[in-house]
Design a protein around this ligand. Structure first.
Ligand code: MGD
Ligand code: MGD
Ligand code: SF4
Ligand code: MO
Length: 716
């Protein structure tokens, strides 16, 4: 019998980055549990962490490039794949211009060290303005607000959840999502601890969620009206003279103008539109301001709405003007051991917003990317600059971007598509060539993105658990090989490219992390030490860092940047949906399920088994009007599409609002599981109108979408 060994690593599925303890014997995993000694996650694990093994063992997971031929998918060599992809890129750009080749990068990129390091090198070498990512169906408003206020799109404050006396959660459900733009594993415990030490957790959501259940107070809000609530809260702060900038008073400007801006947004004036009584808003402002420390945490539901960027901006403003910014128990910045912002110091003050615009809708670029809401149109609409070829990297835009059916048609219409992904899914099925990288357990990992958003500073390195087979390639290899093939020809360039490649491969991802650690602010820390610690190293609680960490050139925070002023003047008030018309009588919001991870883990039986979870949540009052009972099938229709799925009655959702989870609509045709066992559900994004955006940032509107329902059949 071979020895039973233990491997420690950080889960890279979601932002919580939990420490895992994996027992294995040769190539067989015996168990995956939470690592009690991980300084950040302290033993927490969710079902997805356990399902990492299913991805590793999955027979459907690709390990070698495949090419689509008339007879179906055919395995090809890496060399052939790299050469054909590079030739196709060059050919397309020569015939139709650089912008004819587009790139889309999905969510797992930020959970993947190799992709984080080397994908940008490749995508920049494409020299196209048509770069897209999942950012614009998610946290683009958070990042735009951070850029405008603090000077860098990655300088996003995180709630100091372990020390706060009041956490105001707006549009997030961390009990299910495990936290977003806030790396706080074991978040249920952290939230309970706030209450244990006498603090408050307040949740604002159109649905009484899993997080509401453990909060002190839940306040129902009408979807997409958070901007009004926050303006009124700010109004109360100033009216009651609760404002107090504390230590940042010297570095903040624009306060008087801000006061003037919010003076008409009294609680009374927004009660109708938000659906929240004016005295509830008054009390909320008082509770927040009279807490010893407090933090307003605005996330996914607050970002993916009509006024998402203003909402995110206001969330920051509330923290700043109430003296809860850069302060223990308030909104703070992490100090990561490997600081991905360090390199950005050199490019301070580079204009990264609206540097260029999309061809058709003139949507603004941000950090070198255009909003994905316009991708399908840019593919489908002829003329100069039309996208002819698309490369996707760990993404599934057919299920994750608005107007899924249109996206599906657009991908099918491309001259050529390439996917870097180890699954054939709703999007990658349109590819001509798929390049599959190694999966989590086959590669080393250091979390570059989420140490920057963590509620506690730690450092953790995960080694390879199972070495990949000879025919497999890592993200680093894939992107460096593709990049090399795009370099200009000529002997000198060939030598330069070859040398760079050799240097990168020799140094490897680990070498780059080691360099980063040594350059970082924890002196004497190097990779050997981090590896030797096994569980990760605790580097302490968050610390105030203003104004040193600011990226603005004058080291000042302007509360009212010009871009915000312009947007506020356009924001005239009124109903976010009134232009849609009265035939849509319900507003759709989304939700997540503990056993999903966006669109892509449905091939793991433990993730899909059991009761149907892709359901429409509806209030009994609305259900009665439609004569619906649990399990009845309904057609949900929006301006752009319709889907059919079962209803579930619950008083937890506000009247006239319905909720459908995203990431469903998934079928693995070649799976071992029968279709029925796959519980495919329906793709909510078929209902999302790609022309509905936050017109500040171009982020997709996914919350508060007007729909109607039609009863199809009664439950059997
Ligand atoms: N209506 C609605 N739409 C939404 C949301 C919502 O709540 N409601 N949520 C939005 C959010 S927050 C996000 S982040 C996006 C996600 O949108 P996407 O990023 O487009 O989609 P994912 O479902 O994350 O797809 C990930 C893909 O990456 C592949 N993959 C997994 N690991 C790796 C890897 O290591 N390397 C490579 N190369 N590929 C890998 C998987 O096989 C899968 O195909 O969806 C958004 N869309
Ligand atoms: N289990 C699971 N965990 C995940 C994921 C997953 O797919 N499954 N995806 C991961 C990803 S990529 C992300 S970005 C994070 C997101 O994590 P979170 O930011 O926590 O987002 P959600 O869980 O979608 O919760 C959003 C909440 O906003 C509410 N909401 C909707 N519209 C509005 C509105 O107009 N106003 C207000 N105030 N609230 C509104 C919804 O009812 C919902 O409860 O989750 C991550 N974690
Ligand atoms: S909460 Fe996130 S990081 Fe933790 S085990 Fe689950 S998927 Fe992995
Ligand atoms: Mo996300």
């Amino acid at each position: 019998m071979s020895e039973i060994k233990t491997h420690y690593r950080a889960c890279n599925i979601c932002e919580a980055t939990c420490g895992l303890e994996i027992k294995y014997q040769k190539s067989k995993i015996l168990s995956i549990k939470g690592d009690k000694n991980d300084p950040l996650s302290k033993g927490h694990i969710c079902p997805k962490g356990v399902a990492l093994q299913d991805v590793y063992y999955d027979k459907d997971r690709l390990k070698q490039p495949v090419k689509k031929e008339k007879s179906g998918w055919k395995e090809i060599s890496w060399k052939q794949a790299y050469n054909e992809v590079a030739a196709k890129i060059k050919d397309t750009q020569k015939n139709y211009g650089n912008d004819s080749v587009a790139f889309y990068s999905g969510n797992p990129t930020v959970h993947n060290m190799g992709a984080m390091m080397f994908m940008p090198m490749f995508s920049r070498a494409l020299n196209t303005k048509n770069r897209y990512s999942a950012t614009s169906v998610d946290q683009l408003p958070d990042q735009l607000a951070a850029y405008l206020l603090f000077g860098h799109q990655l300088l996003v404050p995180v709630p100091d959840i372990d020390r706060t006396d009041c956490l105001l959660i707006i549009g997030a459900n961390p009990i299910v999502s495990n936290g977003s733009m806030m790396t706080a594993p074991k978040v249920h415990q952290r939230l309970k601890d706030i209450r244990k030490r006498g603090g408050k957790v307040i949740n604002i959501d159109p649905r009484f969620t899993e997080t509401s259940k453990i909060s002190d107070q839940h306040i129902y809000i009408n979807p997409a009206t958070d901007v009004y609530l926050l303006l009124a809260l700010l109004n109360c702060v100033f009216a009651n003279k609760y404002d107090n900038l504390r230590h940042v008073v010297e570095i903040v400007s624009g306060l008087d103008e801000l006061k003037n801006l919010v003076k008409n947004y009294t609680p009374k004036s927004v009660a109708g539109i938000t659906g929240i009584d004016d005295n509830v808003i008054e009390q909320l402002a008082t509770a927040f301001c009279q807490s010893k420390s407090a933090c307003c945490y605005t996330r996914f539901g607050a970002s993916t709405q009509k006024f998402g960027t203003l909402t995110q901006w206001l969330g920051n403003i509330i923290n700043i003007v109430t003296g809860n910014f850069d302060r223990v128990g308030g909104a703070m910045f992490a100090n990561p051991a490997v600081d991905i912002l360090a390199a950005a110091r050199k490019h301070k003050n580079k204009k990264i917003f609206a540097k260029n615009h999309s061809r058709l809708k003139k949507l603004p670029s941000f950090a070198g990317e255009l909003p994905v809401s316009t991708l399908a149109d840019e593919i489908l609409t002829g003329g100069e600059g039309q996208i002819k070829m698309l490369i996707t990297n760990s993404g599934n835009p057919v299920l994750s971007a608005p107007n899924g059916d249109k996206m599906d048609g657009a991908l099918e219409s491309l001259d050529f598509m390439v996917a870097v992904d180890f699954y054939i899914n709703e999007s990658t099925r349109h590819a001509n060539i798929i390049l599959p990288p190694t999966s989590s357990l086959e590669r080393p990992h250091y979390n570059l993105a989420f140490h920057t958003l963590a509620v506690q500073n730690t450092a953790k390195y995960s080694d390879v658990l199972f070495h990949p087979k000879n025919n497999q390639r890592s993200d680093m290899q894939i992107y460096v090989e593709l990049w090399a093939r795009l370099q200009p020809s000529g002997l000198i360039n060939r030598i330069k490219t070859w040398l760079t490649k050799q240097f990168i491969f020799k140094k490897g991802e680990a070498g780059i992390i080691n360099d980063g650690l040594k350059k970082g602010s924890y002196k004497n820390l190097d990779l050997q030490q981090v590896i030797a610690s096994k569980h990760g190293i605790d580097l302490g609680a968050l610390k105030p860092c203003m104004p040193e960490r600011l990226f603005t050139s004058d080291k000042q925070i302007n509360l009212l940047p010009d871009e915000v002023k312009i947007q506020m003047s356009r924001f005239s008030g009124g109903d976010a949906h009134e232009h849609i018309g009265k035939s849509y009588d319900l507003l759709l919001i989304g939700r997540r399920d503990p056993r999903t991870n966006n669109s892509w883990m449905h091939n793991s039986y433990r993730m899909v088994k059991g009761k149907e979870r892709c359901t429409v949540l509806i209030n009994p009052i609305n259900a009665k009007a439609y004569e619906l009972s649990d399990g009845d099938m309904v057609e949900v229709k929006s301006k752009v599409g319709s889907i059919i799925l079962p209803v579930k009655l619950t008083e937890d959702i506000k009247v006239n609002i319905i909720s459908i989870p995203h990431g469903w609509g998934h079928v693995f045709p070649d799976s071992k599981l029968t279709i029925a066992n796959q519980h495919p559900g329906a793709n909510i994004n078929v209902l999302m109108d790609e022309s509905e955006i936050d017109d500040f940032s171009g982020n997709a509107v996914l919350s508060g979408v007007p729909v109607r329902i039609i009863k199809i059949t009664s439950a059997r």
